[in-house]
Design a protein around this ligand. Structure first.
Ligand SMILES: Cc1cc2nc3c(=O)[nH]c(=O)nc-3n(C[C@H](O)[C@H](O)[C@H](O)COP(=O)(O)OP(=O)(O)OC[C@H]3O[C@@H](n4cnc5c(N)ncnc54)[C@H](O)[C@@H]3O)c2cc1C
Length: 392
């Protein structure tokens, strides 16, 4: 293989380029990205960047000078001609490839009631974060945050630390309920309340108020939350439309086998938020976490180079909210039981295990970073034992 085209110039795409070089690929690598900026990190966008404590170039992705790739930034892949093996750009250019890495990630999901207008924001890109930050700097003080998932909760924490008056709204009765389960989600709720964030929970949003600019949100129970700014964190949608009709199998992302090989076309792999892998332990599964984009990109690069190994990394993410660090290893389900194994839910730090039929499926760490490695080994071993045939 002499040429690889990587579509998506963010964490998974850049990690794939690094891994290709690390594993000995000396051919040409072109990286196509539709954003105009050099690749950057998304996690600080809702944290340090929004807070104003980090700026560019601190959020940029670090890259060795020796990577030797051709950057094609501000260029959107419009389609894939799998027969000729060309990526077709929106401006009509065709990029022939022998190997293809699909790393187009995801975009912020847009609720049906959302309408573009001044003062209404979603948060996925650097430009989104700049727009919210500028709005605060221009004097906006009252914010309605719709969606109390990780991004919404982080934005609420950051804006309240900046002195804003914040209302956090979600249809669920507690923040991050589906990911964390009720007892731990309640700890997060207490943190918001302790920092003066008003929580309007268990209620749907019907729409934005204001015509030329967002002046708040209207709730399904008739209440109106007045605000100078509205930030919506309603999840993410994988960027796969450019692959429609290409023969690549799409299923809420790019359907891949366990090694990252895309189904439906040879010598094409996917990694990161866009990839739905057949995980040896968890089955068909798409992960939207920072670590996963790196480890999957490495597996995908090796697959492209002919040394396929299944991607067996255990899901891991972190979130920073107020002065707390939250980390989760593994894949809990809403019916798992939760057992606190170190500290207590009222303590400033604790560790909790999620268990199914007495077997640990995940571990949650509240201000307990130093314990992550030890419990990760436990979760990995339990997952491996539960699926012995799948273990590499
Ligand atoms: C605000 C925010 C905070 C986060 N915080 C955390 C955190 O604390 N912890 C954690 O574990 N994870 C966090 N994440 C998730 C993490 O950042 C993502 O999992 C990671 O960015 C995924 O990388 P990716 O390269 O797969 O996709 P992306 O980062 O989405 O990159 C995909 C790139 O491809 C481009 N693209 C899409 N379509 C095309 C096309 N047709 N042609 C060319 N280019 C295209 C996109 O514009 C984008 O630049 C956060 C995400 C956000 C948005």
């Amino acid at each position: 293989m002499r040429s690889v085209v990587i579509v998506g110039a963010s964490l998974a795409g850049v990690s794939a380029a690094k891994s290709l070089r690390k594993h000995g690929f000396t051919g040409s690598i072109s990286v196509v990205g539709d954003e105009p900026h050099p690749p950057y990190q998304r996690p600080p966008l809702s944290k340090q960047f929004l807070a104003g404590t980090w700026d560019r170039p601190r959020v940029d992705l670090r890259m060795p000078d020796t990577l030797g790739v051709e950057w094609m930034l501000g260029a959107r892949a419009a389609s894939l001609d799998a027969y000729r093996r060309d990526v077709v750009l929106a401006d009509g250019r065709r990029l022939p490839f022998e190997g293809l890495v699909i790393a187009t990630g995801a975009r912020a999901r847009r609720p049906r009631w959302y309408a573009e207008r001044a003062g209404a924001f979603m948060l996925r890109t650097l430009d989104d974060a700049i727009a919210i930050r500028d709005h605060v700097r221009a004097g906006a003080r009252r914010f309605a945050i719709v969606g109390a998932g990780f991004i919404g909760s982080e934005v609420a924490a950051t804006l309240s630390a900046l002195g804003c008056d914040v209302t956090l709204i979600d249809i669920e009765p507690v923040p991050m309920l589906r990911v964390l389960g009720e007892p731990i989600a309640r700890v997060c709720l207490r943190a918001h309340e302790a920092h003066g964030v008003r929580c309007e929970l268990g209620v749907a949003v019907e729409g934005l108020t204001g015509t030329s600019s967002a002046q708040g949100v209207r709730l399904a129970d008739g209440h109106v939350i007045d605000a100078d700014g509205v930030v919506v964190g309603a999840g993410a949608t994988p960027n796969v439309e450019w692959l429609d009709g290409s023969g690549i199998v799409l299923d809420d992302g790019v359907a891949c086998d366990a090694t990252g090989a895309a189904r439906g076309i040879d010598r094409a792999v996917a990694a990161g938020d866009v990839a739905r892998l057949d995980h040896p332990y968890y089955g068909s599964h798409r992960v939207e976490h920072w670590n996963n984009a790196i480890t999957q990109a490495d597996a995908a690069a090796r697959t492209l180079l002919g040394g396929a190994v299944p991607h067996v990394a255990i899901p891991f993410f972190w979130s920073d909210q107020y002065d707390s660090k939250l980390q989760l290893v593994g894949l809990p389900s809403p019916t798992d039981t939760i057992r606190v194994v170190e500290g207590s839910l009222d303590a400033p730090r604790f560790v909790a295990l999620y268990e199914r039929d007495g077997v640990a499926t995940a571990a949650f760490f509240f201000n307990s970073m130093h314990r992550v490695a030890a419990y990760t080994a436990t979760i990995e071993a339990a997952a491996r034992e539960a699926t012995p045939a799948a273990a590499p």
